[in-house]
Design a protein around this ligand. Structure first.
Ligand code: SAJ
Length: 407
Protein backbone atom coordinates (compact mmCIF):
# COMPACT_ATOMS: atom_id res chain seq x y z
CA UNK A 1 0.00 0.00 0.00
CA UNK A 2 1.29 3.43 -0.89
CA UNK A 3 2.71 5.71 1.80
CA UNK A 4 1.63 9.33 2.31
CA UNK A 5 3.11 12.60 3.41
CA UNK A 6 0.43 15.15 4.45
CA UNK A 7 1.61 18.77 4.68
CA UNK A 8 -0.41 20.89 7.10
CA UNK A 9 -2.02 19.31 10.18
CA UNK A 10 -4.98 21.66 10.62
CA UNK A 11 -8.71 21.17 10.24
CA UNK A 12 -8.34 19.31 6.93
CA UNK A 13 -4.86 17.76 7.03
CA UNK A 14 -5.16 16.17 10.47
CA UNK A 15 -8.41 14.24 9.95
CA UNK A 16 -7.27 13.21 6.46
CA UNK A 17 -3.85 11.99 7.62
CA UNK A 18 -5.44 10.14 10.54
CA UNK A 19 -8.11 8.38 8.56
CA UNK A 20 -5.58 7.13 6.00
CA UNK A 21 -3.41 5.85 8.88
CA UNK A 22 -6.32 3.97 10.45
CA UNK A 23 -6.92 2.33 7.06
CA UNK A 24 -3.41 0.88 7.16
CA UNK A 25 -1.42 3.45 5.18
CA UNK A 26 1.90 4.70 6.51
CA UNK A 27 1.43 8.46 6.93
CA UNK A 28 3.85 11.20 7.86
CA UNK A 29 2.02 14.34 8.93
CA UNK A 30 4.07 17.50 8.53
CA UNK A 31 3.50 20.84 10.20
CA UNK A 32 5.73 23.88 10.50
CA UNK A 33 4.76 24.20 14.17
CA UNK A 34 6.95 22.08 16.47
CA UNK A 35 4.32 22.22 19.21
CA UNK A 36 1.62 20.84 16.86
CA UNK A 37 3.99 18.01 15.90
CA UNK A 38 4.71 17.26 19.55
CA UNK A 39 1.01 17.27 20.48
CA UNK A 40 0.06 14.89 17.67
CA UNK A 41 3.06 12.60 18.26
CA UNK A 42 1.78 12.09 21.79
CA UNK A 43 -1.66 11.12 20.44
CA UNK A 44 -3.37 14.38 21.41
CA UNK A 45 -4.92 17.15 19.28
CA UNK A 46 -4.58 20.92 19.07
CA UNK A 47 -7.95 21.63 17.44
CA UNK A 48 -11.50 20.83 18.53
CA UNK A 49 -13.75 18.58 16.50
CA UNK A 50 -16.07 15.86 17.80
CA UNK A 51 -14.33 12.43 17.90
CA UNK A 52 -11.16 13.71 16.22
CA UNK A 53 -9.20 12.97 19.42
CA UNK A 54 -10.25 9.32 19.25
CA UNK A 55 -9.29 9.03 15.58
CA UNK A 56 -5.88 10.67 16.05
CA UNK A 57 -5.10 8.54 19.11
CA UNK A 58 -6.00 5.37 17.18
CA UNK A 59 -3.88 6.48 14.21
CA UNK A 60 -0.84 7.26 16.37
CA UNK A 61 -1.21 4.10 18.49
CA UNK A 62 -1.38 1.95 15.32
CA UNK A 63 2.13 3.18 14.52
CA UNK A 64 0.94 4.32 11.08
CA UNK A 65 0.73 8.06 11.83
CA UNK A 66 3.92 9.90 12.65
CA UNK A 67 4.41 13.67 12.75
CA UNK A 68 7.44 15.79 11.86
CA UNK A 69 8.33 19.34 10.91
CA UNK A 70 9.99 18.28 7.61
CA UNK A 71 8.62 16.14 4.80
CA UNK A 72 10.09 12.75 3.92
CA UNK A 73 9.90 10.43 0.90
CA UNK A 74 6.43 8.98 0.20
CA UNK A 75 4.35 7.76 -2.75
CA UNK A 76 1.73 10.49 -2.34
CA UNK A 77 2.04 14.08 -1.07
CA UNK A 78 -1.09 15.89 0.08
CA UNK A 79 -0.92 19.67 0.53
CA UNK A 80 -3.49 20.82 3.12
CA UNK A 81 -2.17 24.23 4.13
CA UNK A 82 -4.13 27.50 4.59
CA UNK A 83 -5.05 29.75 1.65
CA UNK A 84 -6.14 33.07 3.20
CA UNK A 85 -6.51 36.38 1.38
CA UNK A 86 -4.66 39.62 1.85
CA UNK A 87 -6.28 43.03 1.46
CA UNK A 88 -4.35 45.19 -0.98
CA UNK A 89 -3.98 48.97 -0.76
CA UNK A 90 -7.02 49.54 -3.02
CA UNK A 91 -9.17 47.29 -0.80
CA UNK A 92 -9.16 44.30 -3.20
CA UNK A 93 -8.87 40.82 -1.67
CA UNK A 94 -5.98 38.87 -3.19
CA UNK A 95 -5.35 35.16 -2.54
CA UNK A 96 -2.26 34.49 -0.45
CA UNK A 97 -0.69 31.33 -1.87
CA UNK A 98 2.55 31.62 0.09
CA UNK A 99 1.78 28.59 2.28
CA UNK A 100 0.98 26.44 -0.76
CA UNK A 101 4.14 27.61 -2.51
CA UNK A 102 6.30 26.88 0.55
CA UNK A 103 4.74 23.42 0.94
CA UNK A 104 5.21 22.61 -2.77
CA UNK A 105 8.83 23.71 -2.72
CA UNK A 106 9.52 21.84 0.54
CA UNK A 107 8.95 18.43 -1.01
CA UNK A 108 11.50 18.92 -3.81
CA UNK A 109 14.37 17.19 -1.93
CA UNK A 110 12.30 14.04 -1.27
CA UNK A 111 9.89 13.66 -4.19
CA UNK A 112 10.52 10.71 -6.55
CA UNK A 113 9.49 9.66 -10.06
CA UNK A 114 5.84 8.62 -10.37
CA UNK A 115 4.74 10.30 -7.11
CA UNK A 116 1.24 11.76 -6.89
CA UNK A 117 0.97 15.32 -5.59
CA UNK A 118 -2.50 16.33 -4.38
CA UNK A 119 -3.57 19.87 -3.54
CA UNK A 120 -6.44 19.70 -1.00
CA UNK A 121 -6.36 23.33 0.10
CA UNK A 122 -9.24 25.44 -1.25
CA UNK A 123 -7.49 27.34 -4.02
CA UNK A 124 -7.99 29.85 -6.83
CA UNK A 125 -8.29 28.47 -10.35
CA UNK A 126 -4.85 27.58 -11.73
CA UNK A 127 -3.18 26.82 -8.40
CA UNK A 128 -2.55 23.13 -9.16
CA UNK A 129 -0.63 24.23 -12.27
CA UNK A 130 1.31 26.65 -10.08
CA UNK A 131 2.17 23.85 -7.64
CA UNK A 132 3.70 21.96 -10.58
CA UNK A 133 5.62 25.08 -11.62
CA UNK A 134 6.96 25.77 -8.10
CA UNK A 135 8.02 22.17 -7.58
CA UNK A 136 9.70 21.96 -10.98
CA UNK A 137 11.55 25.24 -10.34
CA UNK A 138 12.77 23.94 -6.98
CA UNK A 139 13.85 20.61 -8.50
CA UNK A 140 15.81 22.51 -11.16
CA UNK A 141 17.50 24.55 -8.42
CA UNK A 142 18.49 21.37 -6.64
CA UNK A 143 19.71 19.85 -9.92
CA UNK A 144 17.32 16.91 -9.43
CA UNK A 145 15.68 15.17 -12.40
CA UNK A 146 12.39 13.55 -11.37
CA UNK A 147 10.06 12.14 -14.07
CA UNK A 148 6.39 11.31 -14.29
CA UNK A 149 5.05 13.35 -11.38
CA UNK A 150 1.25 13.39 -11.25
CA UNK A 151 -0.75 16.40 -9.98
CA UNK A 152 -4.38 16.60 -8.84
CA UNK A 153 -6.72 18.91 -6.93
CA UNK A 154 -9.05 17.06 -4.56
CA UNK A 155 -10.84 19.69 -2.46
CA UNK A 156 -12.31 18.90 0.93
CA UNK A 157 -15.98 19.63 1.65
CA UNK A 158 -16.37 18.59 5.28
CA UNK A 159 -18.50 20.67 7.64
CA UNK A 160 -16.90 21.77 10.92
CA UNK A 161 -18.82 20.02 13.70
CA UNK A 162 -19.42 16.87 11.65
CA UNK A 163 -16.13 16.46 9.84
CA UNK A 164 -15.47 12.81 10.54
CA UNK A 165 -18.86 11.67 9.28
CA UNK A 166 -18.66 13.87 6.18
CA UNK A 167 -15.06 12.85 5.42
CA UNK A 168 -16.32 9.36 4.74
CA UNK A 169 -19.80 10.03 3.37
CA UNK A 170 -19.48 13.15 1.17
CA UNK A 171 -19.04 12.74 -2.58
CA UNK A 172 -15.61 13.94 -3.75
CA UNK A 173 -14.18 15.59 -6.82
CA UNK A 174 -10.73 14.63 -8.12
CA UNK A 175 -9.42 17.01 -10.77
CA UNK A 176 -6.15 16.06 -12.43
CA UNK A 177 -3.66 17.95 -14.53
CA UNK A 178 -3.88 14.67 -16.47
CA UNK A 179 -6.58 12.00 -16.38
CA UNK A 180 -4.02 9.50 -15.04
CA UNK A 181 -3.47 11.79 -12.04
CA UNK A 182 -7.23 12.10 -11.39
CA UNK A 183 -7.67 8.32 -11.59
CA UNK A 184 -4.80 7.67 -9.21
CA UNK A 185 -6.21 10.20 -6.73
CA UNK A 186 -9.65 8.55 -6.97
CA UNK A 187 -8.15 5.13 -6.15
CA UNK A 188 -6.43 6.65 -3.13
CA UNK A 189 -9.54 8.34 -1.67
CA UNK A 190 -11.58 5.19 -2.27
CA UNK A 191 -9.55 3.81 0.68
CA UNK A 192 -11.98 5.51 3.05
CA UNK A 193 -14.57 7.47 1.01
CA UNK A 194 -17.78 5.44 0.77
CA UNK A 195 -19.54 7.96 -1.51
CA UNK A 196 -19.07 8.69 -5.22
CA UNK A 197 -15.83 10.16 -6.54
CA UNK A 198 -16.11 12.23 -9.70
CA UNK A 199 -13.20 12.87 -12.06
CA UNK A 200 -12.52 16.12 -13.87
CA UNK A 201 -9.65 18.47 -14.71
CA UNK A 202 -7.87 20.46 -11.99
CA UNK A 203 -9.25 23.89 -12.96
CA UNK A 204 -12.86 22.68 -12.87
CA UNK A 205 -12.26 21.04 -9.49
CA UNK A 206 -10.75 24.27 -8.16
CA UNK A 207 -13.73 26.33 -9.31
CA UNK A 208 -16.22 23.70 -8.10
CA UNK A 209 -15.02 24.01 -4.52
CA UNK A 210 -15.10 27.82 -4.66
CA UNK A 211 -18.55 27.68 -6.26
CA UNK A 212 -20.00 25.55 -3.46
CA UNK A 213 -19.03 28.07 -0.80
CA UNK A 214 -19.94 31.09 -2.96
CA UNK A 215 -23.38 29.53 -3.52
CA UNK A 216 -23.92 29.28 0.24
CA UNK A 217 -22.62 32.81 0.76
CA UNK A 218 -25.07 34.22 -1.80
CA UNK A 219 -27.96 32.33 -0.19
CA UNK A 220 -27.06 33.57 3.30
CA UNK A 221 -26.72 37.10 1.87
CA UNK A 222 -30.28 36.82 0.53
CA UNK A 223 -31.52 36.04 4.07
CA UNK A 224 -29.34 38.76 5.58
CA UNK A 225 -30.59 41.34 3.09
CA UNK A 226 -34.17 40.38 3.94
CA UNK A 227 -33.37 40.98 7.61
CA UNK A 228 -32.16 44.51 6.76
CA UNK A 229 -35.28 45.18 4.69
CA UNK A 230 -37.51 43.85 7.49
CA UNK A 231 -35.73 46.00 10.10
CA UNK A 232 -36.54 49.01 7.96
CA UNK A 233 -40.17 48.03 7.34
CA UNK A 234 -40.89 46.80 10.87
CA UNK A 235 -41.64 43.22 9.80
CA UNK A 236 -40.57 40.07 11.66
CA UNK A 237 -38.04 38.47 9.28
CA UNK A 238 -38.32 35.04 10.94
CA UNK A 239 -42.04 34.88 10.39
CA UNK A 240 -41.58 36.18 6.84
CA UNK A 241 -39.06 33.45 5.98
CA UNK A 242 -41.09 30.74 7.68
CA UNK A 243 -44.11 31.70 5.58
CA UNK A 244 -42.23 32.18 2.28
CA UNK A 245 -40.59 28.78 2.77
CA UNK A 246 -44.06 27.17 2.66
CA UNK A 247 -43.83 27.65 -1.13
CA UNK A 248 -42.69 24.31 -2.61
CA UNK A 249 -39.74 25.84 -4.48
CA UNK A 250 -38.56 28.43 -1.94
CA UNK A 251 -35.95 27.53 0.70
CA UNK A 252 -34.50 30.67 2.25
CA UNK A 253 -31.66 30.26 4.75
CA UNK A 254 -31.47 31.99 8.12
CA UNK A 255 -30.21 35.54 8.68
CA UNK A 256 -27.57 36.09 11.34
CA UNK A 257 -25.02 38.59 12.63
CA UNK A 258 -22.73 37.97 9.61
CA UNK A 259 -20.85 35.11 7.99
CA UNK A 260 -17.84 33.72 9.81
CA UNK A 261 -15.39 30.85 9.50
CA UNK A 262 -12.39 30.46 7.24
CA UNK A 263 -14.17 29.31 4.13
CA UNK A 264 -17.44 30.92 3.12
CA UNK A 265 -16.26 34.46 3.91
CA UNK A 266 -13.01 33.89 1.99
CA UNK A 267 -13.56 31.64 -1.01
CA UNK A 268 -15.93 33.87 -3.05
CA UNK A 269 -13.18 36.51 -3.12
CA UNK A 270 -10.98 34.09 -5.10
CA UNK A 271 -13.62 34.06 -7.82
CA UNK A 272 -14.08 37.85 -7.64
CA UNK A 273 -10.31 38.29 -7.92
CA UNK A 274 -10.15 36.06 -11.01
CA UNK A 275 -13.17 37.58 -12.80
CA UNK A 276 -13.91 40.97 -11.20
CA UNK A 277 -16.14 42.32 -13.96
CA UNK A 278 -18.25 39.17 -14.14
CA UNK A 279 -18.56 38.21 -10.46
CA UNK A 280 -20.98 41.02 -9.58
CA UNK A 281 -23.50 39.00 -7.57
CA UNK A 282 -20.77 37.22 -5.62
CA UNK A 283 -19.07 40.47 -4.67
CA UNK A 284 -22.36 42.05 -3.59
CA UNK A 285 -23.24 38.99 -1.50
CA UNK A 286 -19.91 39.31 0.33
CA UNK A 287 -20.59 43.00 0.92
CA UNK A 288 -24.11 42.32 2.24
CA UNK A 289 -22.83 39.65 4.65
CA UNK A 290 -19.94 41.84 5.78
CA UNK A 291 -22.37 44.67 6.48
CA UNK A 292 -24.23 42.68 9.13
CA UNK A 293 -21.77 43.01 12.07
CA UNK A 294 -21.73 46.85 11.88
CA UNK A 295 -25.53 46.82 11.52
CA UNK A 296 -25.87 44.77 14.73
CA UNK A 297 -23.40 47.06 16.54
CA UNK A 298 -25.51 50.07 15.50
CA UNK A 299 -28.70 48.35 16.71
CA UNK A 300 -27.17 47.63 20.11
CA UNK A 301 -25.76 51.12 20.47
CA UNK A 302 -29.17 52.59 19.66
CA UNK A 303 -30.75 50.39 22.36
CA UNK A 304 -28.10 50.85 25.05
CA UNK A 305 -27.46 54.01 27.00
CA UNK A 306 -23.87 55.15 27.59
CA UNK A 307 -21.91 52.61 29.69
CA UNK A 308 -24.83 50.14 29.69
CA UNK A 309 -24.20 46.48 30.55
CA UNK A 310 -24.65 44.30 27.44
CA UNK A 311 -24.89 40.51 27.49
CA UNK A 312 -23.49 38.96 24.29
CA UNK A 313 -24.83 35.42 24.00
CA UNK A 314 -22.39 33.32 21.97
CA UNK A 315 -18.97 34.11 20.54
CA UNK A 316 -18.35 31.15 18.20
CA UNK A 317 -18.50 31.60 14.43
CA UNK A 318 -21.55 29.34 14.29
CA UNK A 319 -23.79 27.16 16.42
CA UNK A 320 -22.47 24.35 18.61
CA UNK A 321 -18.76 24.71 17.82
CA UNK A 322 -16.02 26.24 19.97
CA UNK A 323 -14.21 27.88 17.06
CA UNK A 324 -14.00 31.65 17.66
CA UNK A 325 -11.77 32.48 14.71
CA UNK A 326 -13.25 34.79 12.05
CA UNK A 327 -16.37 35.06 14.17
CA UNK A 328 -18.80 37.95 13.59
CA UNK A 329 -19.93 37.54 17.22
CA UNK A 330 -16.42 38.31 18.50
CA UNK A 331 -16.16 41.26 16.11
CA UNK A 332 -19.46 42.67 17.39
CA UNK A 333 -18.59 42.17 21.08
CA UNK A 334 -15.20 43.85 20.55
CA UNK A 335 -16.81 46.87 18.87
CA UNK A 336 -19.35 47.21 21.67
CA UNK A 337 -16.57 47.12 24.26
CA UNK A 338 -14.59 49.68 22.27
CA UNK A 339 -17.69 51.91 22.24
CA UNK A 340 -17.56 52.03 26.06
CA UNK A 341 -20.29 49.49 26.83
CA UNK A 342 -19.73 46.90 29.57
CA UNK A 343 -19.68 43.56 27.72
CA UNK A 344 -20.61 40.29 29.44
CA UNK A 345 -19.79 37.42 27.08
CA UNK A 346 -21.53 34.08 27.41
CA UNK A 347 -19.83 31.27 25.50
CA UNK A 348 -20.37 27.83 27.04
CA UNK A 349 -17.83 26.22 24.65
CA UNK A 350 -14.73 28.09 25.88
CA UNK A 351 -13.02 28.82 29.18
CA UNK A 352 -11.00 31.85 28.10
CA UNK A 353 -11.85 34.90 26.04
CA UNK A 354 -10.26 35.39 22.60
CA UNK A 355 -7.45 37.93 22.38
CA UNK A 356 -9.74 40.62 20.89
CA UNK A 357 -11.82 40.61 24.09
CA UNK A 358 -9.19 40.02 26.75
CA UNK A 359 -9.27 42.80 29.34
CA UNK A 360 -12.26 44.30 27.51
CA UNK A 361 -15.07 41.89 28.40
CA UNK A 362 -16.01 39.40 31.10
CA UNK A 363 -16.71 35.73 30.35
CA UNK A 364 -19.67 34.81 32.55
CA UNK A 365 -22.35 32.10 32.84
CA UNK A 366 -25.71 32.75 31.17
CA UNK A 367 -27.63 33.30 34.42
CA UNK A 368 -25.07 35.85 35.61
CA UNK A 369 -25.26 37.77 32.32
CA UNK A 370 -29.06 37.81 32.34
CA UNK A 371 -29.10 39.05 35.93
CA UNK A 372 -26.70 41.93 35.28
CA UNK A 373 -27.35 43.19 31.74
CA UNK A 374 -29.84 45.77 30.58
CA UNK A 375 -29.38 44.79 26.92
CA UNK A 376 -29.21 41.20 25.63
CA UNK A 377 -27.75 40.42 22.18
CA UNK A 378 -28.19 36.86 21.00
CA UNK A 379 -25.36 36.22 18.52
CA UNK A 380 -25.01 32.45 18.15
CA UNK A 381 -27.80 29.87 17.98
CA UNK A 382 -26.11 27.37 20.29
CA UNK A 383 -28.32 24.51 21.49
CA UNK A 384 -27.67 25.68 25.05
CA UNK A 385 -29.59 28.94 24.38
CA UNK A 386 -32.59 27.12 22.87
CA UNK A 387 -34.81 27.37 25.94
CA UNK A 388 -34.54 31.16 26.29
CA UNK A 389 -37.87 32.94 26.62
CA UNK A 390 -38.96 36.55 26.51
CA UNK A 391 -40.08 36.19 30.15
CA UNK A 392 -36.44 35.56 31.17
CA UNK A 393 -35.40 38.88 29.70
CA UNK A 394 -38.42 40.92 30.73
CA UNK A 395 -37.51 44.56 31.31
CA UNK A 396 -34.35 44.35 29.18
CA UNK A 397 -33.80 45.32 25.54
CA UNK A 398 -33.33 42.32 23.22
CA UNK A 399 -31.49 42.15 19.91
CA UNK A 400 -31.97 38.60 18.69
CA UNK A 401 -29.82 38.16 15.57
CA UNK A 402 -30.79 34.49 15.20
CA UNK A 403 -34.52 34.60 15.91
CA UNK A 404 -34.11 32.16 18.77
CA UNK A 405 -35.81 33.66 21.81
CA UNK A 406 -39.36 32.33 22.18
CA UNK A 407 -42.42 34.09 23.56
N1 SAJ B 1 -24.86 30.98 8.46
C1 SAJ B 1 -25.94 31.86 8.54
N2 SAJ B 1 -27.16 31.44 8.12
C2 SAJ B 1 -27.37 30.18 7.63
C3 SAJ B 1 -26.28 29.29 7.53
C4 SAJ B 1 -25.03 29.71 7.97
O1 SAJ B 1 -25.79 33.00 8.98
O2 SAJ B 1 -28.52 29.87 7.29
C5 SAJ B 1 -23.51 31.42 8.91
C6 SAJ B 1 -22.96 30.63 10.10
O3 SAJ B 1 -23.46 31.11 11.31
C7 SAJ B 1 -21.48 30.82 9.92
C8 SAJ B 1 -21.30 30.87 8.39
O4 SAJ B 1 -22.58 31.17 7.87
O5 SAJ B 1 -21.07 32.06 10.47
C9 SAJ B 1 -20.76 29.60 7.77
O6 SAJ B 1 -21.31 28.44 8.38
P1 SAJ B 1 -21.72 27.12 7.55
O7 SAJ B 1 -22.20 26.11 8.52
O8 SAJ B 1 -22.64 27.47 6.45
O9 SAJ B 1 -20.37 26.67 6.83
P2 SAJ B 1 -18.86 26.35 7.34
O10 SAJ B 1 -18.03 27.57 7.09
O11 SAJ B 1 -18.84 25.76 8.69
O12 SAJ B 1 -18.44 25.17 6.28
C10 SAJ B 1 -18.54 25.44 4.88
C11 SAJ B 1 -19.32 24.29 4.23
N3 SAJ B 1 -19.65 24.64 2.86
C12 SAJ B 1 -20.93 24.53 2.39
O13 SAJ B 1 -21.86 24.17 3.07
C13 SAJ B 1 -21.14 24.86 0.94
C14 SAJ B 1 -18.48 23.01 4.27
O14 SAJ B 1 -19.14 21.96 3.58
C15 SAJ B 1 -17.09 23.27 3.66
O15 SAJ B 1 -16.28 22.09 3.71
C16 SAJ B 1 -16.42 24.37 4.47
O16 SAJ B 1 -17.22 25.56 4.36
C17 SAJ B 1 -15.03 24.58 3.90
O17 SAJ B 1 -14.06 24.20 4.59
O18 SAJ B 1 -14.89 25.08 2.77
Amino acid sequence: MSSLCVLGLGYIGLPTASIFATKGRRVLGVDVSASVVETISSGRIHIQEPDLDVLVRAAVQSGNLKAATKPAAADVFILAVPTPFVVSADGARKPDLSFVEAAARSIAPVVASGNLIILESTSPVGTTEKVKGWLEAELAQLGRKVDGLLYAHCPERILPGQMLKELVSNDRICGGLTSAAAEKARDLYATFCTAQIFLTDARTAELAKLTENAYRDVNIAFANELSLICDKLGIDVWELIRLANRHPRVKILQPGPGVGGHCIAVDPWFIVDAAPAEARLLRTAREVNDSKPPHVVAQVRAAAGPGAVVACLGLAFKANVDDLRESPAVEIAAHLAAAGLKVLAVEPHVTTLPEALQGRAELVPLADALARASVVVLLVDHRSFAGLTLAQIAGKKLIDTRGMVRA
